[in-house]
Ligand binder design. Structure first.
Ligand SMILES: *[C@@H]1O[C@H](CO)[C@@H](O)[C@H](O)[C@H]1NC(C)=O
Ligand SMILES: *[C@@H]1O[C@H](CO)[C@@H](O)[C@H](O)[C@H]1NC(C)=O
Ligand SMILES: *[C@@H]1O[C@H](CO)[C@@H](O)[C@H](O)[C@H]1NC(C)=O
Ligand SMILES: *[C@@H]1O[C@H](CO)[C@@H](O)[C@H](O)[C@H]1NC(C)=O
Ligand SMILES: *[C@@H]1O[C@H](CO)[C@@H](O)[C@H](O)[C@H]1NC(C)=O
Length: 470
């Protein structure tokens, strides 16, 4: 406790910002008869005495944020030692209670879809995005007026899309979900035939995100089943008289391509990567069902928050029903956090955020393509420049993943070839492609990206030598 008090002087600024945030969002409360406005003035006096509840929360947050972890780890408020000290959780390759032990032999891990490269942006914006959640914050199932979706958050999302120019939201319905994953499932349910004698066939084009298949098969019902690859059905002309639901991922996971549907019928557009940091935005998407997530926009995957933009009233009703049946609505704590994060995302028309994210991604792609230009053994997906309406400039796409191909005949398991070079990636077959391809994530922390580049540079430098020995 004494240790925490020492932080008090430094946190007055932080507290006043936290209180301003509370006031701005319309959270208007009385504590022991004292108004927030009055309390605000008192805080500087009180900080040298007993801690107020917000000061205590702030002191805890500051103490955890200040834990150095040797610069190779992070501590969090939800994990303290029994005597209240921060616990360092070390980054890949680091170990020990202060994360100072480096393991030079460790592999560069490039499997995850986490956007931890955005962590520095959120640390820079700590004051704008911190939230103090009181013990009595929105305990009820519903918001006032019986709604389950925070109107301010919905408005903020519509504004975000209009700023980014990536989706039409005027006159469209919106449904919140526990990440895009749940909304994909809700959309399959909503589009399915409802006729058990002719269940809908759910399809996607190779290569595709593994969750489409795994999740649809897992939840398959008498109304829909996962059928497989669009191309095989198309070549057999076997969709005649079948009810088809197609997943269209644009930009695609893993290769970043802007996909269009193979069939003209019912489609679910997974557009979680359709943001200016991953692709130029040629025009606002205007599809029947478009799905986005906080995870692939700001990197807050752990908050499990996504949204669907829907044209049709009937589909909207069915998706709402699905969410209500599975969750009885989305966590109010999550919605508050999403609001804070997205309000900062759209500050200054999104320029600070999208510039930061795009600059990082383009630096990484430049370094990767430069390393791969020396290679005849490995190749990357093609990227072609086109106009981005957001940046008003022609730019190259900078996808979240490199879709690496092993060019040598013998290298038919590309993931294993990379693994031998101490790079862990996701095999092509996990994405329904061949193992000649492997998916390499590029959205990790700076440390991990540096290690990835070291491993790739090394692997490529060995190429001609190892060819001679073969
Ligand atoms: C970290 O160190 C502990 C104790 O030496 C060891 O058991 C553990 O395997 C190490 N973890 C990593 C990821 O190297
Ligand atoms: C259900 O599907 C079967 C087989 O395709 C069809 O004969 C029947 O008319 C469908 N029922 C309805 C209500 O659409
Ligand atoms: C598929 O249908 C198209 C148009 O109906 C036809 O031209 C084509 O020959 C058919 N292909 C096969 C394999 O049946
Ligand atoms: C290996 O040799 C090929 C053909 O001479 C060349 O194009 C390539 O750049 C060389 N790779 C490296 C890493 O030196
Ligand atoms: C976009 O860029 C062009 C050429 O650089 C410029 O003429 C135009 O005014 C810009 N448009 C906007 C909306 O900034």
């Amino acid at each position: 406790m004494n240790k925490m008090k020492n932080h008090c002087y430094g946190i007055c600024f932080f507290i006043s910002i936290a209180i301003n945030i509370l006031l701005c969002t319309g959270i208007y409360m009385y504590i022991g008869g004292a108004r927030w406005g009055d309390m605000k003035q008192e805080i500087s006096w009180q900080s040298s005495l007993a801690l107020t509840w917000t000061e205590k929360a702030a002191a805890e947050a500051e103490a955890v944020a200040a834990a150095p972890c040797s610069g190779h780890g992070r501590a969090f408020v939800d994990r303290l030692t029994s005597d209240g000290q921060p616990v360092c959780e070390c980054f890949n390759c680091y170990n020990g209670s202060d994360c100072s032990a480096y393991n030079p032999e460790c592999a560069a891990v490039a499997t995850s879809g986490d956007l931890t490269f955005l962590e520095p942006f959120w640390i820079q914006n700590a004051a704008n995005t911190a939230v103090v959640i009181s013990g009595w914050h929105r305990m009820t199932y519903n918001y006032a007026h019986g709604t389950k979706m925070l109107t301010e958050l919905e408005n903020c999302i519509r504004k975000l899309h209009s700023i980014a120019g990536n989706a039409v939201t005027e006159g469209r319905y919106m449904v919140f979900g526990v990440g895009s994953a749940q909304l994909l499932s809700a959309a399959v349910y909503a589009l399915s035939s409802g006729n058990s004698s002719s269940p809908s066939n759910v399809l996607a084009s190779i290569p595709f995100y593994w969750l489409f298949k795994d999740q649809t098969s897992f939840f398959s019902s008498k109304y829909f089943e996962f059928e497989g690859n669009t191309n095989s059905l198309q070549s057999k002309n076997s969709t005649n008289n079948r009810d088809v639901i197609e997943f269209v991922t644009s930009p695609n996971n893993p290769d970043g391509e802007l996909k269009t549907p193979v069939f003209g019928g019912k489609a679910i557009y997974d557009q979680v990567f359709y943001w200016p940091h991953f692709t130029p935005i040629p025009e606002p998407s205007d599809q029947d069902i478009m799905i986005f997530s906080l995870s692939k926009l700001t990197g807050h995957a752990g908050s499990r928050f996504g949204w669907a933009i829907i044209k049709d009233r009937d589909i909207y009703d069915k998706m709402l029903l699905y969410i209500s049946m599975s969750d009885v609505g989305i966590s109010h704590d999550t919605q508050l956090r999403a609001l804070k994060i997205l309000e900062t995302t759209i500050d200054e028309d999104g320029k600070p955020f999208f510039e930061f994210a795009y600059t990082k991604m383009t630096e990484r792609w430049d370094r990767l393509t430069s390393a791969f230009s020396k290679s005849t053994r490995f190749s990357l997906q093609d990227r072609h420049p086109f106009h981005c309406t957001y940046f008003n400039e022609t730019r190259l796409p900078t996808p979240a993943f490199a879709w690496v191909k092993c060019e040598r005949e013998v290298d038919n398991d590309c993931r294993a070839v990379l693994e031998a070079g101490k790079i862990t990636s996701l095999s092509g077959s996990r994405l329904s492609a061949t193992d000649r391809y492997t998916r390499v994530s590029l959205t990790m922390r700076e440390d991990d990206f540096e290690l990835l580049m070291i491993r790739f540079t090394n692997l490529i430098s060995l190429e001609n030598g190892s060819l001679q020995t073969m």
